[in-house]
Design a protein around this ligand. Structure first.
Ligand SMILES: [Zn+2]
Length: 238
């Protein structure tokens, strides 16, 4: 089944010839996405720089803008969906943007790269922290839903510990309470893995929602070989 969605792609509308707008009618042609495959429009696209380093996740609107403004150097991955704009008065063809799951874009510099701890420290929040630890409590080793997890400071604040990636782990509330304001040694609790600061590419993965198989494969190739995420993702696929 092929579905048409009104997407409000104003810039596709704006780029139409004035005569076409009149011909079609103002309200009708706001841009339409035509979906011939199972990917919903909410599927995020992985944007990389021209050298292929992962940069960020973008939505279909931003992807269409990048295509339309000629900033897409090349694409990888698989076609997700096609976005349909207005009909060009010049060519008589409808504006179509086929959006791929991975797009490499021009003119981006200053990518923090993939060196651990060197030039880039990603912001710390619970969503990406829990994902780093595969939603496992790093004390009892059990997996929990997001709302049952907490951020544990391995060395507590009261003992000089800081709120940084290398000092925080995912913990269930029970283990966190049991540990209280003590170090794991003092509490007699064993930490199951060493906390680490994600590289830029790892952080992009941790931020992703519904990462597709090809996007995952692409990101994995940019993780350091020693990344604990290789094993975690294999053991606990999202
Ligand atoms: Zn626990």
């Amino acid at each position: 089944m092929v579905l048409d969605y009104c997407t409000g792609l104003d810039y596709l509308y704006q780029c139409m010839e004035p005569a076409t707008k009149e011909l079609i009618g103002l309200d009708h042609m706001r841009g339409v996405a035509r979906l011939a495959d199972p990917h919903p429009l909410s599927q995020q696209i992985l944007r990389t720089d021209v050298s292929g380093m992962p940069l960020e996740w973008v939505d279909y609107r931003e992807a269409a803008r990048l295509y339309h403004t000629g900033q897409v150097a090349y694409t990888c991955g698989t076609p997700l969906y096609s976005l349909y704009g207005g009909t060009s008065a010049r060519t008589g063809l409808r504006t179509v943007v086929q959006v791929n799951s991975i797009i490499a874009t021009l003119g981006h510099t200053g990518n923090p790269g993939n060196l651990r701890g060197a030039a880039y420290t990603p912001p710390l929040n619970n969503q990406t922290l829990f994902r780093r630890d595969a939603h496992l409590c790093l004390y009892c080793g059990q997996r929990f839903a997001y709302q049952l997890l907490s951020r544990d400071h391995v060395t507590p604040f009261s003992r000089g510990g800081r709120d940084v990636w290398s000092n925080v782990v995912t913990a269930c509330r029970r283990c966190n309470n049991a540990k209280a304001s003590r170090t794991p040694e003092q509490a007699g609790m064993q930490l199951l893995a060493v906390p680490f600061t994600p590289t830029y590419a790892e952080y992009i993965y941790l931020k992703g929602r519904r990462v597709l198989a090809d996007q995952m494969e692409y990101l994995l190739a940019h993780f350091p070989r020693s990344s604990p995420l290789h094993e975690r993702i294999q053991r606990f696929p999202a």
